[in-house]
Design a protein around this ligand. Structure first.
Ligand SMILES: *Cc1c(COP(=O)(O)O)cnc(C)c1O
Length: 378
């Protein structure tokens, strides 16, 4: 019996995205095995972080890498690192907040709920631009001797009104200011593990371990310039400074490494082909119902190049609204979690376990069959 059954907690079929509130992602067996292995002995955590960091740097083609316990924690550590540098981290420790560099610039067009992490580090966000446009001179004007870093949130959906990463890095570097890229959900493609830092010369990039990497839910990856990654490590656990509450365990460190190794071997073409096939089956199965329009959607919610299905409901004809469908799928056992926007639901094949796509078809077809016939009878 699974631990969830024992606890009376329903399993969730996640057809939405790799969401923290749904448990992040599911780890493949070799990652679980690596974590179990790591749990069997004591180890020098400094040495483990250093060795795993070196290996992750090689794998991701970066100067350096560091395992943290989530991308949000990675943003806190990256901010602290940019505020103090390595020496400052050792000298200032907990008092990064007294650093003369304690402003982090962010574009209004890229404000997200996770940028609180910057303030948690003790820095202030300095916002430039607006929701419609951002000018290079605004970034120039905001940079001063108080600037610790520029935070850039990667993702196609956040670029429309923002300066490009290219231009942001160019301007920041003219003034000797580092750029931190929040790339938490920017996988796939796997090349993003080095793209932001190598191709665009950003100083640090931060990824979630518990999203597409399918590592431990409480893990994250910081990659980039050796000096700044070392400063992240100096602020992080097992040191006793500001980063200590964001402790990462030996199991997560080893598990994330294994996850990255597997991720870089994954056949992305086969993966997308599988997703396309699932989406095509869903579209065909749902499209036949009156008042229902189903189609393929691309790219996904965070701009990743993977397909999903969009199903639009006309409640008058279908007998159900998108909100009804979302609720009824969630209230079943197992729960099914889909995304919804107004009159449509969005279903992602990427996060499913084998067999889940057929279960979704079955449940949604059953719902639609019972309700369309009702609506026709009345
Ligand atoms: C998910 C996400 C985060 C937070 O990542 P965690 O690994 O859950 O801490 C930060 N920024 C963005 C853009 C995200 O999508």
């Amino acid at each position: 019996m699974s631990v969830y059954k024992t606890l009376g907690v329903r399993r969730v079929i996640n057809a939405y995205a790799r969401l923290t509130r749904l448990g992040g992602s599911l780890m493949p067996a070799p990652v679980l095995a690596a974590m179990a292995d790591a749990a069997t002995s004591y180890v020098d955590m400094f040495e483990l972080q250093q060795k795993v960091g070196q290996r992750l740097a090689e794998l991701t083609r970066n100067e350096a890498a560091y395992v943290c316990n989530g991308a949000a924690a990675g943003l806190v550590l990256s901010t602290l690192a940019c505020m103090t540098g390595v020496e400052g981290a050792q000298k200032m420790g907990l008092r990064a907040i007294h650093s003369p560099r304690r402003e982090v610039i962010v574009q209004c067009a890229q404000r997200i709920p996770y940028d609180d992490a910057v303030q948690l580090a003790g820095a202030e966000l300095v916002q430039i631009g607006n929701a419609i446009q951002t000018f290079a001179w605004e970034l120039e004007a905001a940079i001063s001797e108080r600037t610790a870093a520029v935070l850039y949130i990667a993702g196609e959906h956040l670029q429309r009104a923002a300066l490009s990463l290219d231009e942001t890095v160019r301007i920041a570097h003219i003034h000797g200011v580092p750029v931190i890229v929040d790339a938490a959900a920017q996988l796939p493609p796997p090349e993003n593990l080095w793209r932001f830092t190598k191709e665009y010369s950003a100083d640090l990039a931060v990824f979630s371990g518990g999203k597409d990497l399918c590592g431990p839910q409480a893990s994250g990856l910081i990659v980039g310039k050796a000096e700044l990654v070392a400063a992240c490590a100096a602020h992080g656990s097992p040191h006793r400074g500001t980063g200590r509450p964001m402790k990462v365990g030996k199991e997560e460190i080893v598990g994330l490494l294994r996850a990255v190794e597997l991720y870089l071997c994954e056949d992305q073409v086969a993966r997308v082909a599988h997703s396309e096939a699932v989406v095509a089956r869903w579209v065909a199965a749902f499209e036949v119902f009156p008042g229902v329009h189903a189609r393929r959607d691309f790219p996904n919610e965070a701009g990743q190049p993977t397909p999903r299905a969009v199903v639009v409901f006309d409640p008058q004809i279908a007998g159900l609204s998108a909100a009804d469908v979302e609720r009824l799928l969630w209230e079943g056992d197992p729960r099914i979690c889909v995304a919804r926007a107004d009159d449509r639901i969005l279903i992602t094949p990427d996060t499913l376990e084998p067999g889940d796509d057929a279960l979704i078809t079955e449940r949604l077809v059953a719902l639609l069959s019972s309700h369309t016939s009702n609506s026709k009878l009345t």
